[in-house]
Write a protein that binds this ligand. Structure first.
Ligand code: HEM
Length: 409
C-alpha cells in the first residue's frame, strides 16, 4: 500500500488510480482524517473534469449525505466523473435525482424492499446459493467471485427483474465493465468502449424486455417501471432503461464485493472463520463488520448547490464533494483499532450511505443474501483455504476484489 508520507497534502490526488493498485489507500485517508478532513484533489487523468473535495470523517459524511438541498445528487450526478456516462442518462436513475422526483420513483420500489417483504425470499435465495454450491461438487479449487458470489447475486437480482437465467452472465459483464472503468481487466477498452459499445447493448437488451412487459405485464420490477405513473405521466423509455439498469447494477455488484471481501478477511483470520463455522448465529454481526471494513462503494458524489461550508471549510456552489465511506467507516473517533477485523464488533457504519434521501434501497436484500451466502458456504466448506493471490480492483469507486482463489478443502 502506498504510504504517501512524502507527498504534501496539496499534491495528493485521492482518486489517482496509482493510489488504488493495492486496494483502498487507507494510509492516505488516515492522514486526511487527522490533518485535512476536507481536502481538494485535481483529477489528473481526465483534464476536462473538475477536481473534487473529499469528505472523510463519519460526522462530515453524515452531514453531506443528509442535506440534499445543499448537496445535490442530480446537478452533476453521483459519480466522481461527470462524464462517466452522459448526464441525461445518469440523471434518469433515481440515485442521481433530487426530490421530489427521486422520492416518487424510489417509493415505487420501497414497499417490496422492506426487511419483512425481503425475508419472504429467503427460501428462494437459499435454493439459489445451494444450487451454485452444488456445481462445485468434486472440485478441489474455485474462485469465490466467479464460482460463488457472482452467479448467486446475478440470479437473485435477475429473478427480481424478470431476466432469464441464460442472460445472467451477459448482464454481469455489462455491469462490471460500466462500473469498473479505470481497471483494464474489469473494463477493457475503458470509458470509450463503455460509451460506444456497452451502453448501446444495455439499451438494446433492456428495450426488448420493456417492449415485452408493455404487451405482457408481469409482477417483476421491470414491469413496475414500465407501468409506473409519476404525476400522471408514464416514464420515457430511456428513464425506464436507466431505472432498470440501476437496479441490475446495484444488485449485481455490491453484495458480491462485500461477500468476497468478507471471505478474504475470514481466510486471513482462520480463528474467526472457525467461530462462525461453529456458531452461525454470529454471522449477522460479522456481516456488519464486513460492511464497515469493506464498503463495496468507496465513495458517492454530490455537488454543492450554493456556497456553503463543511467542517468550517468553505465549499463553493458547483463544487464536487465526494463522501468517502472507505474512510468514514474507519474513523478512529468512532471505532477503536479501526483497521482490525473483529466479527464481534457488530458496528454501525456507512457502507449503505449515511442516511438521508439516497440511503440504499437494497439493505435488507443485501443483508439476507450475505447471511445465506456465508451460512451455506461455511457449512459446505468449513476448511476453505486461500489458494493464490486475491487481486483488488484498481478503481477509486469499486472497493472490491477481482479474484479470490481458494482451495475448497
Ligand atoms: C452490500 C451491498 C450494498 C452496498 C454496500 C450498497 C451501497 C449503497 C450506497 C452507499 C448507496 C447510496 C448512494 C448515494 O448516497 O448516492 C446505495 C444506494 C442504492 N442502492 Fe445499494 N448497496 C448494496 C446493495 C444493494 C442491492 C442488493 C440493491 C438492490 C436493488 C441496491 C440498490 C440501491 C439503490 C436503488 C440505491 C439508490 C437509492 C437512492 O438513490 O435513493 N443496493 N447503495
Amino acid at each position: 500500500m502506498p504510504t504517501d508520507t512524502e507527498q504534501s497534502l496539496d499534491e495528493i490526488d485521492v482518486g489517482d488510480p496509482k493510489n488504488w493498485g493495492d486496494g483502498a489507500p487507507h494510509e492516505i485517508f488516515k492522514r486526511l482524517r487527522s490533518e485535512c478532513p476536507v481536502h481538494w484533489s485535481e483529477i489528473n487523468d481526465y483534464p476536462d473534469e473538475a477536481g473534487f473535495w473529499s469528505v472523510v470523517t463519519a460526522d462530515d459524511v453524515h452531514t453531506v449525505s443528509r442535506d440534499w438541498r445543499t448537496f445535490s445528487s442530480e446537478r452533476g450526478g453521483c459519480m466522481a466523473l461527470t462524464h462517466a456516462i452522459p448526464l441525461e442518462l445518469m440523471t434518469s436513475m433515481f440515485i442521481a435525482m433530487d426530490p421530489p422526483k427521486h422520492d416518487r420513483l424510489k417509493a415505487l420500489f420501497q414497499r417490496g424492499f422492506t426487511p419483512k417483504r425481503i425475508a419472504m425470499h429467503e427460501d428462494e435465495i437459499r435454493a439459489i446459493v445451494v444450487k451454485v454450491l452444488d456445481r462445485l461438487e468434486g472440485r478441489e479449487t474455485a474462485d469465490v467471485i466467479d464460482d460463488i458470489a457472482q452467479p448467486v447475486v446475478s440470479r437473485v437480482i435477475s429473478s427480481f427483474m424478470g431476466i432469464p437465467e441464460e442472460d445472467d452472465k451477459v448482464w454481469a459483464t455489462l455491469v462490471n465493465t460500466t462500473l469498473g472503468v479505470g481497471d483494464e481487466e474489469l473494463a477493457p477498452g475503458g470509458l470509450e468502449k463503455v460509451l460506444a459499445e456497452d451502453f448501446p447493448e444495455i439499451f438494446r437488451r433492456a428495450q426488448a424486455m420493456i417492449d415485452d412487459r408493455r404487451e405482457n405485464p408481469t409482477d417483476d420490477l421491470t414491469s413496475v417501471l414500465v407501468h409506473a405513473e409519476i404525476d400522471g405521466e408514464m416514464l420515457a423509455d430511456h428513464e425506464i432503461v436507466m431505472g432498470f439498469f440501476l437496479l441490475v447494477a446495484a444488485g449485481n455488484d455490491s453484495t458480491k464485493a462485500t461477500f468476497t471481501s468478507g471471505m478474504k478477511a475470514l481466510l486471513d483470520h482462520p480463528d474467526q472463520m472457525r467461530e462462525l463455522v461453529e456458531d452461525p448465529s454470529l454471522i449477522p454481526g460479522a456481516i456488519e463488520e464486513c460492511l464497515r471494513m469493506f464498503p463495496a462503494f468507496a465513495n458517492f458524489r454530490r455537488t454543492a448547490t450554493k456556497d456553503t461550508e463543511v467542517h468550517g471549510h468553505p465549499i463553493a456552489e458547483g463544487d464536487k464533494v465526494l463522501m468517502w465511506y472507505v474512510s468514514s467507516n474507519r474513523d478512529e473517533t468512532r471505532y477503536e483499532d479501526p483497521d482490525v477485523f473483529d466479527i464481534h464488533r457488530n458496528p454501525e457504519h456507512q457502507a449503505f450511505g449515511a442516511g438521508g434521501r439516497h440511503f440504499c434501497l437494497g439493505t435488507a436484500l443485501a443483508r439476507l443474501e450475505l447471511k445465506v451466502l456465508f451460512e451455506e458456504t461455511l457449512k459446505r466448506y468449513p476448511n476453505m483455504k486461500p489458494n493464490g493471490e486475491a487481486k483488488p480492483a484498481s478503481t477509486a469507486f469499486l472497493n472490491q476484489f477481482k479474484t479470490l482463489p481458494v482451495r475448497l478443502g
